[in-house]
Design a protein around this ligand. Structure first.
Ligand code: DQA
Length: 143
């Protein structure tokens, strides 16, 4: 299967950004391990701090690959446009969060994206991405 991992704003700073919340590991380091773990599958990875670029990537890949793992960062809590983009494409999308957003500030408790996604995974650190890939593989097998 082919997957797209799409990371939103500030996630380029993983490893350095609020390590008490997001951990000490860079995404590149984790991504190498993830690809190794799922060596029978292919991955594409993009990160952008710009809402429109994330929407463009959903449009670009949302009709041609098997699954998208989206961590939209703070756009999760603000972006109707991203929710509309997820509705517009045919590829299933799983929303992921590194932190458990429900244990944090109340403004993080609402996601505009959840209702447009196949499901949401929050709070397992970077392992949230691996769990999302497992869920997409399972989903495809049940199709
Ligand atoms: C996050 C949670 C969001 O609330 C926050 O704005 C982020 C990261 C997470 O992965 O835990 O940037 O999506």
């Amino acid at each position: 299967m082919n997957f797209l991992i799409l990371n939103g704003p500030n996630l380029n700073l993983l490893g350095a950004r609020e390590p008490g919340v997001y951990g000490h590991r860079t995404f590149d380091d984790f991504y190498a391990e993830l690809r190794n773990h799922f060596s029978n599958h292919s991955f594409l990875y993009f990160q952008s701090n710009h809402e429109g670029t994330l929407i463009d990537k959903l449009h670009e890949y949302g009709f041609q690959i098997d699954g998208i793992i989206l961590n939209a960062g703070a756009f999760t809590h603000t972006s109707i446009a991203l929710a509309d983009a997820i509705h517009a494409i045919s590829t299933p999308v799983i929303e992921v969060h590194i932190s458990n957003v429900f244990k944090r500030e109340s403004f993080r408790h609402h996601s505009y994206l959840s209702e447009a996604c196949l499901g949401s995974i929050s709070g397992f650190g970077l392992d949230s991405y691996r769990l999302a890939v497992e869920a997409l593989i399972q989903h495809k097998q049940n199709d």
